[in-house]
Structure formats: structure tokens, C-alpha cells
Design a binder for this molecule. Sequence first.
Ligand code: F6P
Length: 532
Amino acid sequence: MIDAPRCDRTTAWVALQGHYEAHGRDFDLREAFARDPGRFDTFAFEAPEIRADLSKNHIDLATLRLLLELARECRLPERRDAMLAGEPVNHTEGRAVLHTALRAPKGQGPYSEQVHGVLERMLAFAEQVRDTARSGIRHVVNIGIGGSDLGPQMAVPALDAFVHPGLQFHFVSNVDGHDIAPVLRRLKPQETLFIVASKTFTTQETMANAHVARQWFLQHGGTDLARHFVATTTNVQAAAEFGITTTFGFWDWVGGRYSMWSAIGLPIALAIGADHFRALLAGAHAMDRHFAEAPLERNLPVILGLLDVWYRNFHRYTSRSIAPYHQGLKRLPAYLQQLEMESNGKRVDLDGEPLPYGTAPVVWGEPGTNGQHAYFQMLHQGTDVIPVEFILVRHPTHGHADLHAKLLANGLAQAQALMLGKTTEQALGEKAPTASAMLDAAIIARHRTFPGNRPSTTLLLEQLTPRSLGALIALYEHRVFTSGALWRINSFDQWGVELGKALCNDLLPRLASKDTSGLDASTAGLLRWLTA
Ligand code: F6P
């Protein structure tokens, strides 16, 4: 493992602290733009498929220089290269982390033969099913949770313009029967393909839903189970025991939340077809090369990861809001929640030492413009500063140019309003609404004041295509790697989900037996309520 210091034990960290006290805490975006007319160009970055405007962030060139020094002191390039070379950087599980190998062209990258073997088989299968006149399939149901659900669930609507018109996609993840029940109501066994997606093929929710689906299939006259159920898993043996003969495998060096490029992407391949799925991989690969090869100071995932450290550890912002101005990206915030918070929601460093600084922020959001009519009030006038990430798409895949212009104008306006704000003097100059006539104009003006100076980043895609979506997701993956590497944490394990699973196994039989012995008083009381 690369020996690298913890970020707070570097000289760059100390310098950044001084820089924050002197220039960071009171940084004013409006003054920064007034001082430097070239600020937009200085903080405009380009990566494959994506342009990024970072000029509305609380950074100047000195901030960037110090953050880059921090990255070098923390040996970010060496740690990146170790991951890309297949070293076991997920040290608590003794595993390599090679999702990048899944999108490397044939003959390149580690495990190429295995990767392309499964990919070709999976894409050939997808094309067979997409021949709906022959296959008879109309509905595809993906049963999986977390990393075995969120990637396809995010990507299929994102790529709606490319989706096979004769196939409907359903995603069942929750062990709550309210998830699967309404889906099953709409299906006919002979028209349905179930995909049981689970890296381990042991996850409680997925196995429970898979059993419900199998029972429903048989009870509703389904025949040829082997043709209607397939699995995507690393545990081929367990899938066979379930009765599934068609399995698309992957490997332990593919983390769940990094697995949409593997067989877990089968619903995406079914939706958009082999060529578009290859384009998705190619977009991600282009971003991998950018991450691996671009100088740190022009390396977009690196710069974004460094900005995350700057905001989390110096400004101490605890959350970041994602605002995709594209309805197709409605599940992107949920996808990023797992990617960022399961990866970097860690409290000890690589040696197991408790960390004195914050790690993953809360990541949340909704598509614009819906979010504007819900929580943007708080972003503009609340007491907390929350950096916002706007994702704009220049060309729509629909023909409603007027709607798209309004959407883009809204996105631009929100970023502008967050930055510029509105002074009390400006508010005083405005005509107060009639209902406010009872109140003193000065009081009303204070309510109508926006502090402004609120940071945002804008990512711009030309169009939301398989290729650009691939690049966008890979950008986020490498950004999460960057901040995780600086925090000196293992971004690739997820021990934090285990305790709840074990306790659930203890509680499940108690719901039937009503046995509360040995339980804490609150859980015992709740169990009594539930079983009375
Ligand atoms: O929530 C924990 C987790 O292990 C995730 O990391 C993973 O994506 C999810 O459960 C599903 O796991 P599996 O693919 O093994 O069913």
C-alpha cells in the first residue's frame, strides 16, 4: 500500500488553514468577479463530454495552488496509479478496485479477457431479448438493491430517448412489499424477464423479492422459469441453487456502487442496446484516461475532489446539493448518495485511527426546476451555506425548444441569484407586495434580502447521451476517490451497513415470538406495540 500522510499532517494543510483565515472565511464572490474580469475563464475546466464552471466557488488561484500541493503531499497521483494498476487498495477486504477495467477497450487494462467475455455474452443476450417479436418479452424487472439497483435505475430514465420502445423497465429494491406488489400487478409471466441482481446473492431484500417473484411466476401459469429469470452476480453457485441457469458474472474487484459497468448494467444494455451500452463504457473510459493522464491542475475530477475537501474541512460545510436540470437525471442524487456517502462516510483512517476532521458531506437533491419550488428557499435564505451543483444539458432530446430554453434560464438564474443575492437597499427600492402594507417597509425589506455569495458549480453536457452519461458518472467516481484519498480513508468498503443487518436477523424471529428478553427498553417497547 502506498505510504501517504494524512491530509492534516502536511505542510499544505497548515498553509491552507492560514489561507482560509486570511482569504477564505470572508471570501466574496462578487468582489472576486469585480477584481478579475477573467475569472470565468480562469476557473473553466474541460474534461471529456463535460465543461465545468467553477468560478462561482469560494476559491482563488492561491486556494487551488495550495490544494494541489496538498494532493501531491498526500501522494494522490501514486494512489490513483495504484488503484488503476489493480493493487489491493480496498485493504480491509483485501481487494483490488478495478471498475475502470470494465470500460477499458478490448485488449487493454487488467482482466480484459474475462471482462470482454462477459460483456459480449451479455450484449448478445440483450440483443436477443430486444428482438421482442421473437423473445415475446415486454417487461424487464430488475430485482436488486444499493449498487445492484441504483445504477440501472438512474441510467435507464436518463437515457430514455435511447430506450427500446417495446420494453418497459421496473426496478424492485425494497423489502417492503409495497414495492413489488404494484409491479407484479402489471405483468404477465410469459412477457416478463426477471433479473436477480446481487453481487453476493445473499442480500436479504433481494433474495426475499426474488422468491416472491418466482412464486408469483409459477402461480400465474409461468412456464420455463430458466428463460424468464436470469442473474447478475459474483455468486454463480447460489444463483444456480435458486434455479437460474443464465448468469452473467462479475468479480470481487468490482464494488457494488461501482458496478453499473459490469453485468449489473444488464437492464441498461436491454434498454439501450449493445452499441449504446458500448458508448456508455467509452464515455467512462475517456474520463478514466483524463483522470489518469491530465495534469492535476487541469484534471476535473481531481479539482472537484479538492474543492470538496476545501468546503468540508475548512469552510466546514456539511452538505452539497445536486441540481440536475434534466428530468431524466431524477435518480442521479440517489445514485450519488450511495456513491459518495457509502464510499466516504468513514470515521477512521487506513490504520483504523479515528479522524479529527469531517469526511463525506450529505449529498442530496432533486431535478430542477422542481427543487426550486421546494427547498431552494433554504439554499437562498437559510442559515447554512450549502454548495449547489447545477448540471445543465445544452441540447434536449425532445422537440420542445421553448420548454428547454425556460429550463436553462432557470438553472442559470438560480446560480446567479445564489451568488449575487439582493441587498436590503435593493429590496427597499422594490415595490412591496400589497399584503405587506401593514408592516414597516424596512422590516419587509429585511425579509426580502438575499445574502448572496453562496457557492455553486455548473457542469455542462452538450446532450445527455450514453457517452456523456458514462463520462459524468466516471467523473463523480474519481472525484470521490480524490477526496477519499486525501482523507486517507478506505473508500471501497462499507462495514457500516453490517450491524443493522445482524440486528435485523435477531429481531425478525422476535416479531413472531414476541420475545423481548435482552433487548434495550426502547426496542422492547416498540416490539410490544407492533406485536400487541
Ligand atoms: O448496502 C450494502 C451493500 O453491500 C451495498 O454496498 C451493495 O451495493 C448492496 O448492499 C447490495 O449488495 P448485493 O449486490 O450483494 O445484493
